[in-house]
Design a protein around this ligand. Structure first.
Ligand SMILES: [Zn+2]
Length: 68
């Protein structure tokens, strides 16, 4: 799952007002480790993950695990 560069350019860190950059984030869920490109602040390392995105990703991950 990736965001388009255009999409990310419109986003800024709420805390610092810095433009977000794409960053690979690794997280563990259930039995797996997943690499996801997410927009993050270059200044405070805050990763922008909306609840909607997190839920969608979790559903995606569960589907991958179920297929195994
Ligand atoms: Zn920031």
């Amino acid at each position: 799952m990736k965001f388009s560069e255009e999409e990310v350019q419109n986003w800024k860190c709420e805390a610092c007002g810095e433009d977000l950059v794409m960053r690979e984030v690794v997280f563990s869920y259930m039995r797996g480790t997943f690499h996801v490109d997410l927009p993050a602040c270059p200044k405070c390392d805050q990763v922008l993950i909306t609840e909607e995105l997190a839920m969608g990703k979790m559903a995606e991950v569960e589907k991958i695990l179920e297929d195994k």
